[in-house]
Design a protein around this ligand. Sequence first.
Ligand SMILES: Cc1ncc(COP(=O)(O)O)c(C=O)c1O
Length: 401
Amino acid sequence: MQSAATAKATERRKGFFGEYGGSFVPPELQPRLDELAKALDEAMADPGFKKELERLQAEYIGRPSALTECCNISNKYGGGRLFLKREDLNHTGAHKINNTVGQALLAKRMGKTELIAETGAGMHGTATATVAALMGMHCTVYMGAVDVKRQAPNVSRMKALGADVVAVEAGQKTLKEAVDAALEAYIQRPDTFYLLGSAVGPHPFPGMVRYFQSVIGIEAREQFLQREGRLPDYVVACVGGGSNAIGLFSGFLDDESVHITGVEPAGRGIETGEHAATLVAGAPGIIHGFRSYVLTDDDGEPAPVYSISAGLDYPGVGPEHAHLKDIGRAEYVSVTDTEAVEAFSELCRMEGIIPALESSHAVAHALKILPQMSADQTVLVNLSGRGDKDLDSVLPLLGLA
Ligand SMILES: Cc1ncc(COP(=O)(O)O)c(C=O)c1O
């Protein structure tokens, strides 16, 4: 039996990954997060919730997503063999739908009728608008005005699905400002459910998003074992807030033989300061109500960040990744815009797959390590989304527009 003091300490540690995570929010928000945490615990313990989630994963999202070997690239680059976990084939074209289906089910269970969300690349906004339509809820999506322009196809999709898209004009007009605006709206309007799109934010969001995204790692591990009779040597995923990465990594954390790598955006180069490589170049701090690595300016405020990829330019990162970095269980590297665009083109031309610019960062890292691997070694990359949304930005860079 725990003493009262120990029980309190345990409670305080809830939502922490090592020294990261937690809940650092205005007092008026804490009761709503407590209510959410309680509802999540109850839902996870309810077989009916799990059954409905599994039904929607199969019938609506189209899971399991495929595992694809990229033989042409493996032959060209020499060394090891490349495999992709095809989250781009999910309904709405990215891993984001895994999380929105789960959270919307929870919102419905809690009796909420309106979803609010932030979005960078627009994939999470689209996935939220989609589940809002499915479950008969109203949906408002906050998106930086810069992202509204560079991810126009997704703005059209959200509108067609019936969502209100609010262009946020503050600051850099990208993902951080969209999160600020969505959080503000959530605080102002107690009747809403904040459907957070990545493994960030105060407790219980990081653990909840990991739970709904863990289907990626569970499937990938099973599929790989079934196909190859062994585990991959390397697993690789891009890291913005870190949800697709933690979804994949969670399936392999206990497998010591598997080398785990998260890939952050180096933008125009780490040395230029124009990047969003939070774990590679940041330091511990607090952002948006949780403790993690943060990129800060001279005043200690979240720094302006940059990446060609709208889904990766966030000055914070999920707290579990911060912990995995500190304990050395995962390594975090960075890839520049130019390398990501080259990888984008390689996957299009060599394999007939158009990847999201976010996912192209992970592919770029795999292309770097493939030639150094031996012929019996394998690398599994999470292809977190499809790249139709990025064609307008990428084609001019490839001299094709
Ligand atoms: C296709 C795709 N991949 C990756 C990300 C990055 O998010 P996360 O790090 O939470 O997976 C995004 C974000 O919008 C995305 O749209």
